[in-house]
Design a protein around this ligand. Structure first.
Ligand code: PDD
Length: 282
């Protein structure tokens, strides 16, 4: 496929970066994953704003405007087979001549982007949706999970726990046994038709799907919506649990630690929420 690297478009095999890149040596960078369906992005502005926020919070200066990013995305869609494509954007601090922890002052950020085929967006149909079986763990990542850092070892290790158990995600709780998020998704809890999700802080990523879904539900449904602290007990007693992410949209969880969530089938509130998301996400 054709990828973008530092201003150029080239075949993936020809894209090369130095092993001295701080993205490689330190995981020192910020990334985004943006879905596109038939060339149309979902949550474009929110994704770019989150990236710019992340870059500024780690002191990377990059003068790419929103239009520059839009153009890269459009090119990655048009230069590759069309259809539905995820766009991966990655900015690292850049390549240095030595390995030293301090931020170097004289490096140019490395900007890399590629696209990959993604399945069609999920349809709000209980009988067709892929339902998730998940496990849980104490959240053992760092205390800046609001930054979409390319240092993903903590997330990768938590995700792998689920794979080793034949499951698809790991839901995380802090030391106070409060829900944070999952290793690659945000989490929503439904009880008695009230929809709740953890309030934003440094323990979780401010997900774009989370943000869009909350806005859509507040505008187009009568469900009560809450952003607050959620206890492990509430999670274990929920009627429905959902994962949200750019690639999954709203995904229903049917078992948690091998116990059924609610009655163990995909819920009605999920169906209503995914239907509204499908309708209003752009
Ligand atoms: N994952 N929390 C974490 C830890 C994530 O990695 C992600 C996204 C989310 C959901 O965010 P959004 O709705 O903006 O996609 C929450 C991406 C897709 C990934 O790493 O592949």
């Amino acid at each position: 496929s054709i990828v973008f690297l530092n201003g150029e478009y080239l075949p993936q095999e020809q894209a090369k970066i130095s092993p001295m890149d701080r993205g490689f040596l330190f995981g020192d960078g910020i990334y985004e994953v943006i879905p596109t369906y038939q060339g149309k992005t979902v949550g474009f502005i929110a994704h770019i704003e989150r990236m710019q926020q992340g870059l500024s919070s780690i002191g990377i200066k990059l003068d790419y405007s929103r239009d520059d990013w839009q153009q890269i995305i459009d090119n990655l869609v048009s230069k590759n087979e069309s259809g539905n494509r995820g766009i991966y954007l990655h900015v690292s601090r850049g390549t240095d001549s030595k390995r030293a922890h301090a931020y170097p002052t004289d490096v140019t950020p490395t900007v890399f982007a590629f696209s990959f085929e993604i399945p069609a967006a999920p349809t709000p149909d209980k009988s067709k949706v892929k339902a998730f079986n998940v496990t849980s763990s104490e959240d053992l990542r760092w205390k800046r999970c609001n930054i979409k850092s390319t240092s993903l070892l903590g997330n990768v290790m938590h995700f792998q726990q689920s794979q080793d158990l034949g499951m698809q995600e790991t839901i995380l709780f802090n030391q106070q046994q409060q829900l944070t998020e999952a290793s690659s998704c945000n989490v929503f809890v439904v009880k008695n038709e009230v929809i709740a999700t953890p309030a934003l802080d440094n323990q979780l990523l401010p997900g774009v799907t989370r943000k869009l879904l909350l806005a859509i539900l507040r505008e187009h449904s009568n469900y009560k919506i809450e952003e607050r602290v959620i206890s492990m007990e509430e999670v274990r007693n929920a009627d429905e649990l959902w994962l949200t992410s750019s690639s999954k949209e709203v995904a229903p969880i049917i078992t948690l630690d091998e116990k059924p969530v609610g009655d163990g089938s995909v819920g009605d509130v999920w169906q209503a929420a995914q239907a509204l998301f499908s309708q209003y996400k752009y």
